[in-house]
Design a protein around this ligand. Structure first.
Ligand code: AMP
Ligand code: GLY
Length: 422
């Protein structure tokens, strides 16, 4: 098979690393890729949202399967365009990707199908949104409807915060058109879990759960980031909880999309809050999480490609072997200043030595080659990932490897995978 991966972050490096191990793969391409991905794939310098160019590339290279990493091209209709010309895609069509692309759509679908989620209402009028904030009372959450690069969710501790969040979305247009509609919802207490299931249009296959660490500083302090680290599995998310989530959330969601003429093919990422009343949906994403994907794939069973093919083509699920490692962790190494403004171009040392340690894989995210030297090129630079027989050992290996890597201003959390509940 000839496979094309779309994207160029840590998630896509993990996908490339895993897919390249498949005996079924004869050629692997990535667009745009990164220097880590270039070890496994031919990187083509096309942006993930350049749909026309990506389609031309897939046709020219006779690609059998395109695996889409990020959400934006899916929400923009990449899968629709590819499928229309007879090309197979791992990732949903736009109407199904709206589960991530429009929070209002996702919430409506959940309300109509009795899928557990926070109490909410949807507004395109600021005065009405503010009135509902008063009905709900703080704390509450204001969410821009559309894609906002992970910044469109505002947790409000006071009514003044809520008024400002409504103004930011609907009056100051901080998120552009994405904020002209908002969801206002109840604040949920509990622990967050990212759960992943593959979907082939009418049937779902549970993969595993992971836990992200969203804030920049240890102890869940500081502003939110794209994700400072993740581990898998999540001890609190056992077999019973997984079965319940498949039955009350994943299957009814997929059935609702199929009934509306948009069968979902790809991976469904369910952001869950484990509340005292049971798991409730915080959000759906139409893709793997980053860095959850890195933690998931280093321990995922055998050959991933038949699973991706079954999802893309709507075929039956192949037999899935045992997971290759009981526990894994990914520690994000970030540039100075991230998630605020940061510098790039700092020389990176020690990646090869760290990557050579047993059980350790260093995934590239924001890196570039300049004059043959590896330099920083993004906020999240590397994902140091380790597997072991138990989580504390995986954590020790990942931090041991992290200690071998240096770049100016490098910072990372020291407490990934160390939550008491982990
Ligand atoms: P989202 O963009 O929906 O993933 O939200 C980003 C983050 O905001 C989540 O990971 C949660 O930490 C938090 N969040 C979102 N919705 C809620 C909610 N209803 N209650 C509490 N926290 C929330
Ligand atoms: N790590 C969270 C996300 O990918 O959305």
């Amino acid at each position: 098979m000839r496979i094309l991966i779309i994207g160029g972050g840590g998630r896509e490096h993990a996908l490339a690393w895993k897919i390249a191990q498949s005996p079924r793969v004869s050629a692997l391409f990535a667009a745009p890729g990164n220097p880590g991905i270039a070890r496994h794939a031919v990187c083509v310098p096309l942006a993930a949202d350049a749909l026309d160019d990506l389609l031309a590339l897939a046709r020219r290279e006779r690609i059998d399967l395109t695996v889409v990493g990020p959400e934006a091209p899916l929400v923009a209709g990449l899968a629709d365009r590819f499928i229309d010309t007879g090309l197979a895609v791992f990732g949903p069509v736009a109407q199904a990707a709206a589960i991530e692309g429009s929070k209002a759509f996702a919430k409506d679908l959940m309300a109509k199908n009795a899928i557990p989620t926070a109490r909410f209402a949807i507004f395109d009028d600021a005065a009405r949104a503010r009135r509902y904030c008063r009905d709900l009372g703080p704390p509450l959450v204001v969410k821009a409807d559309g894609l906002a690069g992970g910044k469109g969710t505002i947790v409000c501790r006071t009514l003044a915060d809520a008024d400002d969040a409504v103004a930011a979305c609907m009056e100051r247009q901080t998120f552009g058109a994405a904020g002209s509609t908002v969801v206002v919802e109840e604040f949920l207490e509990g622990e967050e879990v990212s759960f992943f299931a593959l979907a082939n249009g009418d049937d779902a296959l549970p993969l595993a759960a992971a836990q992200d660490h969203k804030t920049v500083f240890d102890g869940d302090q500081g502003p939110n980031t794209g994700g400072m680290g993740a581990y898998s599995p999540v001890a609190r998310f056992g077999v019973e909880l997984e079965r319940g989530v498949m039955q009350t959330i994943v299957r009814p969601t997929l059935a609702a999309l199929a009934k509306d003429g948009a069968p979902y093919r790809g991976v469904l990422f369910v952001g869950l809050m484990l509340t005292s009343e049971g798991p409730k949906v915080l959000e759906f994403n139409c893709r793997f999480g980053d860095p959850e994907c890195q933690a998931l794939l280093v321990r995922a069973p055998g050959d991933l490609v038949p699973l991706l093919v079954a999802a893309a083509h709507g075929g039956p699920w192949p037999a899935v072997g045992p997971w290759s490692a009981p526990a894994s962790v990914c520690v994000t190494l970030a540039s100075a200043g991230y998630p605020g403004t940061y510098r790039t171009g700092a020389a990176i040392e020690g990646v090869e030595a760290a990557d050579a340690l047993p059980g350790v894989t260093v995934f590239h995210a924001g890196t570039a080659l300049r004059g043959g030297r590896l330099v920083t090129a993004g906020g999240r630079v590397l994902g140091v990932t380790a597997v072991a027989d138990d989580l504390p050992t995986a954590v020790a290996h990942a931090y041991g490897a992290t200690g071998m890597i240096r770049f100016e201003g490098m910072h990372y959390r020291k407490d990934i995978g160390k939550r008491r509940s982990a």
